[in-house]
Design a protein around this ligand. Structure first.
Ligand code: NDP
Length: 248
């Protein structure tokens, strides 16, 4: 399952210190001996550093604040200088700040839109030229089930993630003849820090609404990212794949 040419397959994962990003990075490193994984990190880096210690020859940290255009330019320049290519971008970094709209602070709206949606635009734009020159690319954008089944309190997050799906589907058409695919993944409840705010009672209620009666794991999402990123998934583009234990 390697990229277009033999040898290194260069992969950038944003928000790679978090639960899902780290799980995706580990999955690529375990499953693909050709993978060179760049773990995009911002403030926290302890988890990512530990993974890089396990795979010193095939992984590296790269500073990346996904909301900053210059940060993207620097990260992509670092990767293409080192590997001569960038095959796969996984736009995973994200956050939510839930409030009912009537009480939504300006900052909660703008930071959620900026981190979840503007950042995906910046990231896709930063990598699309190197990918077009290489006539190969795989972009996987982590949206959320909230894009199509939003809970109360997530007008900001749901709008951003629905935007990610629309952006992915539009970009997929724009680059369809360049060997580049663009897909979105819509996870439901995945067991990471992002669910840490839930107490036991809330988690129990949430699980009762999931046909599989459990939260998903980062590796269950990573398996889908890995498939969408592989060379053989060349005809899968513009899709929005739900990974939600059957909720929707
Ligand atoms: P985590 O909170 O565990 O991790 C989020 C990561 O995003 C952190 O590493 C964080 O970095 C990083 N991040 C936030 N803002 C920025 C920024 N400006 N620049 C760079 N990195 C940033 O969450 P998950 O791993 O669970 O979530 C990953 C993705 O999956 C998100 O897009 C989320 O919306 C989506 N998702 C998650 C679901 C879940 O149930 N877990 C469900 C549906 C979607 P730092 O630690 O430095 O703050």
């Amino acid at each position: 399952m390697s990229g277009k040419t033999a040898g290194v397959r260069s992969i950038l994962i944003t928000g790679a210190n978090g639960g899902l990003g780290l799980g995706i990075a580990r999955y690529f490193l375990e499953k693909d001996p050709d993978a060179k994984v760049w773990l995009g990190v911002r403030s926290n880096r302890g988890n990512a550093e530990a993974l890089v210690r396990d795979y010193p020859d095939r992984s590296a940290l790269v500073d990346l604040d996904v909301t900053a255009k210059e940060s993207w330019e620097n990260a992509v320049a670092t990767i293409t200088a080192a590997d001569g290519r960038l095959d796969v971008l996984v736009n995973n970094a994200g956050l939510h700040q839930d409030h009912l709209l009537a009480a939504m602070p300006d900052e909660a709206w703008s930071s959620v839109i900026s981190t979840n949606l503007d950042a995906v635009f910046l990231g896709c734009r930063a990598v699309i030229r190197p990918m077009m020159l290489n006539r190969f690319g795989r972009i996987v954008n982590i949206a959320s089930l909230s894009a199509i089944l939003p809970p109360l309190g997530q007008t900001n997050y749901a709008a951003a993630k629905a935007g990610v799906v629309a952006l992915s589907q539009t970009l997929a058409k724009e680059v369809a003849r360049s060997g580049i695919t663009v897909n979105a993944i819509l996870p439901g409840y995945i067991q990471t820090e992002a669910l840490a705010h839930m107490d036991e009672e809330a988690a129990k209620r949430a699980k009762a609404g999931i046909p599989m009666r459990r939260f998903g794991t980062p590796s269950e999402v990573a398996a889908a990212v890995f498939f969408l990123a592989c060379h053989d998934a060349a005809y899968v583009t513009g899709s929005a794949l739900k990974i939600d234990g059957g909720i929707f």
